[in-house]
Design a binder for this molecule. Structure first.
Ligand SMILES: C[S@@+](CC[C@H](N)C(=O)[O-])C[C@H]1O[C@@H](n2cnc3c(N)ncnc32)[C@H](O)[C@@H]1O
Length: 348
């Protein structure tokens, strides 16, 4: 049963009653053989058991956020830290097969922390051409008395064919406050003056410092221990796919990749071994029907951290108020039974 929470805590929960309905929206190992359209699927199963059932060369983008080389309890299933060599061997048990799901023009984003990043790089290089390493300064991190606080993550960006892949940098521009407002002939040089401040639209680098990890007051938040922000995944999806393309996430957790794909008009396939996480993903997908906004992405550009007040003044209508989030959850609850009526259409 969901825990009692404070009024302004927007962390998503699924009641037992909702779970009964939402379960029908999940594809399990038992029914995967009767799926005829591999689009918009949340698969609740062990990746190793379902990979062979997913068609090859189906995905335009694959976003991979695997268990890092840390001991972590994923709702009863513990991933244990191991030697670097054993972690690399673990990655090799699935990475090649996952890459087989990528279209020849597709891209892969592979997430890790400082500890597992070298293993990720080595394994990725065996299958793909690495084009970049993005560093995400996630800010929040556990402090340590005898070490530096860990507040960054790496994301390796690789493609199957370095001469033929899709990349739309214009879709991921950023709107940043101008620190030194330089003028020529009294007019702003490459920036705009607004009543809310001075801003410049810039192209992104491979250092991302504009994204916070989800926390309890954000509508996208769940109790998943390593949930990624929608804003982070929106950048991968917008840069490396077009509307109607397919996003695949083999370790979907609380469903961030499928949710972002849906909000941005892409199709999705997500796999998650844990049922509760899969149910959260299913509920988030329903909520995306009523609200396709992504916090920090508004008006076709990515805004800096802590700029919500300015975005609101410029007409941002995202459901960020506590009452907005409650209404969204209520609407999702109402839609849960309606949505499940469509489920048989997934199967032959
Ligand atoms: C780092 S988390 C992903 C979090 C996700 N990006 C999100 O935003 O919520 C890794 C996930 O992989 C799942 N997982 C681990 N082994 C798996 C397997 N063999 N098959 C499917 N899922 C698995 C875990 O349960 C966990 O939720």
């Amino acid at each position: 049963m969901p825990k009692e929470k404070a009024a302004n805590n927007r962390t998503l929960t699924v009641s037992e009653e909702e779970a009964l309905q939402l379960r029908k929206n999940l594809v399990t190992l038992d029914d995967i053989q009767s799926v005829y359209s591999f689009k918009d699927l949340l698969i609740n199963a062990d990746l190793f058991t379902v990979l062979d059932h997913i068609p090859n060369e189906i995905a335009d983008v694959i976003i991979i956020d695997p268990p890092y080389n840390l001991t972590k309890d994923f709702n009863g299933i513990t991933f244990s830290a191991r030697s670097e060599r054993d972690y690399e061997a673990y990655l090799r048990t699935w990475f090649h097969k996952v890459c087989m799901k990528l279209k020849p023009t597709g891209s892969v984003y592979l997430c890790g922390d400082w500890k597992c990043t070298s293993a990720l790089q080595r394994v990725m290089e065996e299958e793909l051409t690495i084009l970049n390493r993005i560093t995400w300064q996630r800010e929040k991190g556990r402090g340590a008395k005898s070490n530096w606080k860990n507040a960054m993550e790496d994301v390796w960006f690789g493609v199957k064919d370095k001469n033929n892949y899709y990349f739309n940098v214009d879709a991921v521009k950023m709107k940043r406050k101008v620190i030194a407002p330089y003028k020529v002939d009294g007019k702003p040089k490459d920036w705009e003056e607004t009543t809310e401040g001075n801003f410049r639209i810039t192209y992104p680098s491979n250092f991302w410092d504009d994204i916070s990890i989800p926390f309890w007051s954000m509508p996208e938040n769940t109790d998943h221990p390593t949930q990624k922000p929608e804003k982070l995944y929106a950048k991968f999806v917008l840069a490396s796919s077009k509307e109607g393309d397919v996003v695949f996430d083999p370790f979907m957790g609380s469903g961030t990749a499928p949710v972002v794909a849906k909000k941005l008009g892409r199709h999705y396939i997500g796999v998650e071994i844990n049922e509760e996480y899969s149910l959260w993903a299913a509920k988030r997908i329903l909520m995306a029907d009523g609200d396709s906004s992504i916090q920090g992405y508004f008006d076709g550009v990515f805004w800096e951290r802590n700029s919500l007040a300015v975005q609101k003044k410029e007409g941002h209508t995202q459901n960020t108020s506590p009452s907005g989030a409650v209404n969204l959850r209520k609407r999702a609850a109402q839609r849960i039974s309606a949505f499940t009526d469509n489920v048989p259409s997934l199967f032959s």
